[in-house]
Design a protein around this ligand. Structure first.
Ligand code: AMP
Ligand code: TRP
Length: 345
């Protein structure tokens, strides 16, 4: 099937975030902020807290539940409107796990072996990694294909997984002589598709980094944000006039990109304003901007988190709407692969 055949599918966006820790500035700029923009463009949007993906590495059960609610609150506080977008947690729609199994039988071991996130997460002792961590990308493909999603907004690090999803969809279509699944496009755009650690400009900012100073959490208060930015690793040079001159200054480049993404400006524009200034001037300006953008989100998140029953209700309703799309697509998939489906419903 060619991409042109995607034209027969209606535009629909799907994306997911793991509730395996608090949301970071990386999640906000690389994902959430763009999820809200897509929703506001009027495209149909489906957003999922992928709790089944989270347990591919150990999660304390009570913490996982709390973090899932916190992530839901973060989505809503950032501007996801549960009436316009579908917002739910993955495990409440069992079709994800079911399609995931079918796709495990389509994906090839050789493809999985090339996944860099598995290599990073499994570390040196891959033998001790869970089987789920290895199969993670085919469950992700199931998430996307279950909604016949055509676009998947993600950060740079997820590009390989979305490309694998295309390979899985294409192989399914080819093997079963069908054009049932669209080939979804990764959507990677904006100034901050890869926000780096505040302690090491060569590592991505991550909720799983042992150092809390390496990231800004959406739950950090104004003082904490200012302190982390003040202590962020930098160099002694003033900011240059062009982006090209930041090439070998990963920490400086990261802070400029963060500023640009928060301000909704091009990094070039930021440099025009700050060229010649050192970090003594730039960091306080960045801290002020970060607090102005994130402060209201943090406040709203705290307010929402005070009522966990309401969050659960929103997720339950989202799951029902998700299920209504996913169920028929799963049923058709099972027909295509040759399963008998005679149980009365
Ligand atoms: P995760 O937290 O790994 O589940 O990621 C959820 C989404 O946030 C994915 O689209 C990631 O690509 C994106 N994301 C996570 N960390 C970063 C980062 N440091 N910079 C940009 N995007 C990120
Ligand atoms: N793997 C993604 C991450 O770690 C999360 C995810 C799971 C996802 N399923 C998805 C993202 C489907 C986009 C679409 O960031």
């Amino acid at each position: 099937m060619t991409d042109a055949a995607n034209a027969s599918f209606k535009p629909r966006i799907f994306s997911g975030i793991q509730p395996s820790g608090g949301l970071t500035l990386g999640n906000y700029l690389g994902a959430l902020k763009r999820f809200v923009e897509k929703q506001d463009e009027g495209i149909e949007t489906v957003y999922c807290l992928v709790d089944l993906h989270a347990i591919t590495v150990w999660q304390d059960p009570e913490r996982l539940r709390a973090q899932t609610r916190e992530a839901a609150a973060g989505f809503i506080a950032a501007g996801i409107d549960p009436a316009r977008s579908i917002l739910f947690n993955q495990s409440q729609v069992s079709a994800h796990a079911e399609l995931g199994w079918v796709l495990n039988c389509v994906a090839r071991l050789g493809w999985m072996n090339r996944m860099t996130q598995f290599k990073d997460k499994a570390g040196k002792n891959a033998e001790a990694a869970s089987l789920g961590l290895y199969a993670y990308p085919s469950l992700m493909a199931a998430d996307i294909l279950l909604y016949h999603a055509t676009m998947v907004p993600v950060g740079e690090d997820q590009k390989q997984h979305v490309e694998l999803t295309r390979d899985i969809a294409a192989k399914f279509n080819h093997d079963y002589r069908t054009d049932f699944f669209p080939l979804p496009e990764p959507v990677i755009e904006g100034a901050a598709t890869r926000v780096m650690s505040l302690r090491d400009g060569t590592k991505k900012m991550s909720k799983s980094d042992p150092s809390d100073a390496s990231r800004i959490n959406l739950t950090d208060d104004a003082d904490m944000i200012a302190q982390k930015i003040r202590k962020a690793r930098t160099d002694a040079e003033p900011l240059p006039e062009t982006l090209a001159e930041l090439k070998d200054r990963p920490e400086a480049k990261n802070l400029v990109n963060i500023y640009a993404a928060l301000a909704g400006e091009a990094p070039e524009t930021v440099l025009e304003r700050f060229a010649g200034h050192g970090f003594g001037a730039f960091k306080p300006a960045l801290a002020e901007l970060a607090v102005a953008v994130l402060g209201p989100i943090t406040t709203e998140m705290k307010r929402l988190m005070a009522d966990p029953a309401e969050i659960d209700r929103v997720l339950g309703q989202g799951a029902e709407r998700a299920d209504a799309i996913a169920r028929p697509i799963l049923a058709r998939t099972l027909d295509i692969v040759g399963m008998i489906r005679s149980r009365p419903v």
